[in-house]
Ligand binder design. Structure first.
Ligand code: PLP
Length: 408
């Protein structure tokens, strides 16, 4: 078993130097780095089994199809769903856009679609545009003092007009873990018909997710934030709902029959995956899930909590730093965003880059949230299984030097 400190060895890119310094990668909320076995899986597929899936009887085609469908099974097991409930997409954004298209006909003029104040633009704009097309209203639920989606405000704003509620599991700026089960109970108690979407993009690489116990209707996430390749995402949907939905796009590979007059669809998930899918990347995503299920990786995931506590404690000691999100680290997952008085986050991130530390700065695709917090931008450090306490300590030293240099 690999000790957490040695986990870095499995990620070739982490051997890189940046500005003559050993790279410390603290931008995993944007995208995680990929372990050697995921890189190998991509190469292996293209060098041994590359063929199109589903419509083939030759050996390579059958191998490719089996590997592609094996990943679906791995994803289904990973989030406790069944294979018919797992649709492959291009990413979280694509999954949400598909849903906004497929649920559109359930929204009538004056109906309401509800989101929260902390949503990523990807879980805001598709719903905003749906409301615009249907003359419906986008309703925004606020946050409580702990920066969670406010259950009281949710309750107050729900009505029979609410057709869709879509909110984030873990905020990519506040780092807060929303009490999804409790929020969904509130929604179901007030409105049984509303469809509930959970954006799990920042949750799946850090928390054990069980879509059945959460009781959402749809749950969406991206492979590239879970040690897998870019260009692959997942749309989980309850089978009974997917059975009723019309696909958002059409083409080959999704049909049972086609004539010039009409076409009929395969069952879910294939009716939602027209055309040639992202075969190699889906298969390598399966390898990423194998990686995440190793005991030592799960242990390293647990230890991310200590990194958050350490970073939070050290950042709190800096008088010019304001941390965004909950003070209670047990309510956090994966990341810490902060501002430094009188310094632009881009300057802070550029300063840290000189020390080989990669962090993200800007509005992080959450302009309305930053506005609500009274700021334009922030700096975010985010963690993954390859990060160590030394990474945090080195970064904090680099941050102190950066602040001192910029404030001169
Ligand atoms: N939702 C959240 C909470 C995110 O953090 C992100 C990306 O950072 C997205 C959605 C969009 O994910 P993707 O760019 O993989 O589609």
């Amino acid at each position: 078993m690999t000790a957490p400190k040695e986990m870095k060895e499995e990620f070739p890119i982490l051997k890189r130097n940046v500005h003559g310094k050993q790279l410390i990668y603290l931008d995993s909320s944007a995208t995680t780095q990929k372990p050697q076995q995921v890189l190998d899986a991509l190469r292996h597929f293209y060098t041994t089994s590359n063929a199109n899936v589903h419509r083939v009887v030759h050996t390579l085609g059958e191998e490719a199809t089996a590997l592609y469908e094996q990943t679906r099974k791995k994803v289904a097991d990973f989030v406790r769903a069944s294979t018919e409930e797992i649709v492959f997409t291009r990413g979280t954004t694509d999954s949400i856009n598909m849903l906004a298209c497929m649920l559109e006909s359930s929204v009538q003029p004056d109906d309401e679609v509800m989101i929260s104040a902390m949503e990523h633009h990807s879980n805001l704009i598709p719903w905003q545009q749906l409301c615009k097309r249907r003359n419906a209203k986008l309703v925004v639920v606020g946050m409580n003092q702990e920066y969670e989606i406010d259950p009281a405000d949710l309750k107050a704003k729900l009505s029979e007009k609410t057709k869709i509620v879509s909110f984030v599991h873990v905020s990519h700026v506040l780092g807060v873990i929303n009490p999804v089960r409790e929020l969904i109970k509130i929604i179901r108690n007030k409105n049984k018909e509303a469809r509930i979407v959970v954006d799990g993009a920042q949750a799946v690489a850090h928390l054990a997710v069980d879509v059945k116990s959460i009781d959402c209707d749809f749950y969406v996430f991206s492979a590239h934030k879970m040690y897998g390749p870019t260009g692959v995402g997942v749309l989980y949907g309850k089978k009974a709902l997917l059975d009723k939905l019309e696909p958002a796009s059409f083409g080959g590979g999704m049909i049972t029959s086609v004539s010039f007059e009409k076409s009929t669809w395969l069952d879910s998930p294939h009716k939602f995956e027209p055309g040639t899918p992202n075969i190699a990347d889906v298969i390598a995503f399966g390898t990423a899930i194998d990686f995440m299920q190793r005991d030592d990786v799960k242990k390293a995931q647990e230890q991310e909590k200590d990194l958050i506590k350490l970073a939070h404690a050290e950042l709190s000691k800096l008088s010019s730093v304001t941390i965004l999100g909950p003070k209670d680290c047990s309510k956090r997952s994966g990341l810490i965003a902060f501002t430094v008085k009188d310094l632009h986050p881009h300057d802070v991130a550029t300063g840290l880059d000189q020390y080989g530390v990669a962090v993200r700065a800007g509005h992080h695709c959450a302009m309305p949230l930053h506005k609500k917090l009274g700021i334009d931008a922030s700096t975010r450090m985010s963690f993954a299984v390859y990060n160590t306490k030394e990474d945090v300590k080195t970064t904090l030293e680099a941050l102190k030097k950066t602040i001192a240099a910029l404030k001169k």
